[in-house]
Design a protein around this ligand. Structure first.
Ligand SMILES: [Zn+2]
Length: 394
């Protein structure tokens, strides 16, 4: 069963639930609330105090975000089949300025860091596509083809990422796909990297954590009205991309629309159901000569989620259970109540960490998540996350 819809429809529904009819009396009040205003004296003083408390002279994150960079998408644009610009990636000049008085300086810095987009090399056999969408696409080189871990949210961004990879790494087939979890920014672009019929005829394995399809239905069908309404407020979907509107949720990059209106959210969301859902921690699969071990982590950052370890590459992908962003996080681990359709349990994170035989072998290798910065050694930005895991394990 294939599912294909428009992301913009979801946002439109979200806005509809949040704002009601354009003729509604509520609109005049909301219009005035949306009118940009300068920061008040109290806001400026508060942000200045906050800025003084942070080590902005520490530039390690800027080194990390550039490490392994190979190339950006040609033209710095993600376009649809008709040439319409869906993502304008050229925002680095905007964030190179000092933080304006209307924006939290830490969020401003993070927004500039996550805006670095393109193809990155993490190790001889691991590459990453970053900044083309909310999440990352990680690619492992098998003996003959690409094993893709997460496929971004929209097909247009996923296709642009795979084209960039093929241009610089080689024209290989996709031989396996792994969805780390049931959130759409990690599976929605799948039809941009593989045709469903082609995947079926070539018997391409598509792996996902146990309960994946049930979680998608629960969150994106049953819970959509409530989630859509909340999402409109959470992400400020009616705001324009500027220093008095919206710059980022702190979770991933955001892109200005072409006309200066509400932030760009258009694109094509798709789904090819998994050929296998991973049932248990310790399950091991070999794809194209690459051994892969799984740790299922239900009820953590998503109802259906798993961490992935590549023992021969000494590389650990922690899905979105850890990340280098500043949204919905606590000490690098993600838990926030009422996030999406299901409650997220700190207890589950603790249990995940106690499975020490899975987590600890990777700490001397490559560790990363599917949200922004992934790094190449324990002497990096992910160290705090891995230390947290070790703390739970001890
Ligand atoms: Zn997620």
């Amino acid at each position: 069963m294939g599912v294909c819809t428009r992301v913009s429809l979801i946002w439109a529904i979200a806005l509809c639930f949040a704002l009601g009819s354009p003729n509604s009396p509520a609109w005049s009040q909301i219009d005035s609330e949306l009118t940009p205003k300068p920061a008040t004296a109290a806001t400026r003083a508060s942000l200045e105090r906050f800025a003084a408390s942070l080590p902005f002279a520490d530039r390690d994150d800027f080194d990390l975000v550039n490490r392994g960079f190979i190339a950006g998408v040609p033209g710095n644009r993600i376009v649809d089949a008709n040439g319409k610009v869906l993502r304008d990636l050229d925002v680095s000049a905007f964030f190179s300025q000092a933080a304006p008085s209307t924006v939290n300086p830490s969020l401003w810095r993070n927004a500039g860091l996550v805006a670095k987009s393109g193809l990155f090399k993490l190790s001889d056999r691991i590459y990453q596509i970053r900044g083309l969408d909310y999440a990352n696409m990680t690619v492992v080189l098998g003996n003959t083809g690409f094993i893709v871990v997460d496929t971004l949210m929209i097909t247009e961004a996923a296709k642009a990422g795979l084209d960039l990879l093929r241009q610089h790494v080689g024209d290989r087939p996709v031989v396996g796909i792994i969805y780390t979890h049931s959130h759409p920014d990690h599976y929605g672009g799948v039809k941009g990297i593989i045709d469903e019929q082609n995947a079926t005829s070539r018997r391409v394995p598509i792996l996902a954590p146990g309960g994946f399809m049930n979680a998608i239905v629960a969150e994106n069908v049953i819970a959509l009205p409530a989630w859509g309404r909340r999402g409109a407020y959470q992400f400020g979907l009616g705001l324009s991309f500027n220093a008095t509107g919206f710059i980022t949720s702190g979770d991933g990059p955001t892109y200005p629309s072409r006309n200066g209106g509400p932030i760009a959210t258009a694109g094509t969301l798709s789904l090819i159901p998994p050929t296998r859902e991973i049932a248990s921690t310790g399950d091991t699969v070999t794809i194209d000569g690459v051994r892969i071990e799984f740790q299922v982590t239900p009820g953590t950052e998503a109802p259906s989620e798993m961490n992935i370890y590549f023992p021969d590459l000494r590389a650990l992908c922690m899905a979105e259970n850890v990340g280098g962003t500043i949204s919905c996080h606590c000490g690098g681990l993600r838990f926030a109540t009422l996030r999406r359709g299901r409650m997220i349990s700190p207890r589950r994170f603790a249990c995940m960490g106690r499975e020490r035989t899975f987590c600890l072998p990777a700490t001397s290798g490559l560790a990363g998540g599917q949200r922004r910065l992934s790094t190449t050694s324990q002497h990096s930005g992910m160290l705090s996350n891995m230390s947290t895991i070790k703390l739970f394990a001890s």
